[in-house]
Design a protein around this ligand. Structure first.
Ligand code: G4P
Length: 314
């Protein structure tokens, strides 16, 4: 490969992606102390709800899950929302919904940015919550709305989903008596309230494949991974699973697509005119083009996680 121009800093990724939930939330890094704190906050809020909405990225339903969730929520009913379905392979999303359902976890595909799939999601949560509120009334309690909360790793779309659900809500409920003043509940369905603060889970860092997929989707800050390594690997996965999309997007000859990720990057850089003096490819520019266009869904709808039994191939 021709000599490349390295960026001044390894990362020119989006600032604060790691853990920004709201604009006023300070950026945090996932040191063990922060994980413990996040876990404690989640556990406190879990006590207040009947049902948990686990928000996953439809493009990486396994890689965007936190393995400790089951342990944290114990026997609390859970619904999976596969968000960013607008960016994922529709047939694969359908298969993932069936996969979760087969495990006894109701799931729905959603697009929080456009507000799609929310009716179905609210229905699933309501159905799952009903037995708990009914049991409460049978035990002599006053009829009350069911309560739920959203849990997910940074950047999976928690705030977007809350805002969408809140936007669709008829009214915001007042603070619940007996609950800390700062807890706000949003009425999102018939007899269903949503906690307006999501639970932030930390991503899985231990598995390299998972880490790279999180980087592909922008779920972790680019600073954590070497952008070149991430881009080349992404190109290799796309070359294997979606070669026609690569050829089409970057106007490469489908029958003679370069074999390796590095060669693909070079070819893409040339096609897009990312050249520096001497006709060399500006790899930084080419990498950024690939990552930005992939993240913006310009390569089409793509799912990167394979079903568990096919994991070895992923
Ligand atoms: P978080 O609270 O879980 O951290 O995630 P947040 O809602 O902030 O969403 C992270 C990014 O993902 C946002 O983009 C948001 O617009 C985008 N997003 C959320 N849901 C969907 C979805 O269903 N489909 C698509 N395509 N994107 C989604 P951003 O670039 O960080 O900000 P902006 O473009 O909204 O300004």
């Amino acid at each position: 490969m021709a000599k490349r121009r390295r960026p001044a800093a390894a990362a020119q990724g989006r600032e604060g992606q790691m853990a920004v939930v709201r604009d006023d939330t300070p950026t945090i890094q996932w040191f063990p102390g922060h994980m413990k704190k996040a876990q404690r906050l989640v556990e406190e809020n879990l006590k207040l709800v009947d049902v948990v909405i686990e928000l996953l990225d439809a493009r990486i339903p396994l890689s965007s899950a936190n393995p400790m969730l089951a342990e944290m929520i114990k026997d609390k009913p859970r619904v999976v929302a596969l968000n960013k379905a607008d960016l994922a392979d529709a047939a694969k999303t359908k298969a993932w919904v069936a996969y979760f359902a087969a495990q006894g976890v109701p799931a729905a595909a959603v697009d929080a940015s456009q507000g799609k799939g929310l009716k179905k999601l609210v229905q699933l949560v309501t159905d799952l919550a009903r037995p708990r509120t009914e049991k409460f009334v049978k035990a002599g309690g006053r009829p009350r709305s069911a309560r739920c909360m959203i849990l997910g790793i940074p950047n999976v779309g928690k705030s977007s989903l809350i805002n969408r659900l809140a936007g669709a809500a008829i009214a915001k409920t007042a603070d619940k008596p007996g609950v800390t003043r700062t807890k706000q509940w949003i009425k999102i369905g018939q007899g269903l309230d949503l906690l307006d603060t999501p639970g932030i889970l930390w991503p899985k860092f231990e598995d390299k494949q998972v880490g790279l997929k999180l980087a592909f989707t922008g779920a972790v800050n680019d600073e954590i991974y070497d952008l070149e390594q991430v881009t080349i690997l992404l190109l290799e996965i796309l070359r294997r699973d979606y070669p026609e999309r690569l050829a089409e997007r970057f106007k490469l000859a489908a029958e003679e697509l370069p074999e390796t990720g590095a060669e693909l990057l070079e070819a893409i850089g040339r096609k897009r005119g990312c050249l520096v003096r001497g006709g060399l490819v500006d790899y930084d520019k080419a990498m950024r083009i690939v990552m930005n266009e992939f993240r913006a869904g310009k390569l089409g709808k793509i799912t990167l996680d394979a079903m568990p039994e096919q994991q070895g191939e992923a």
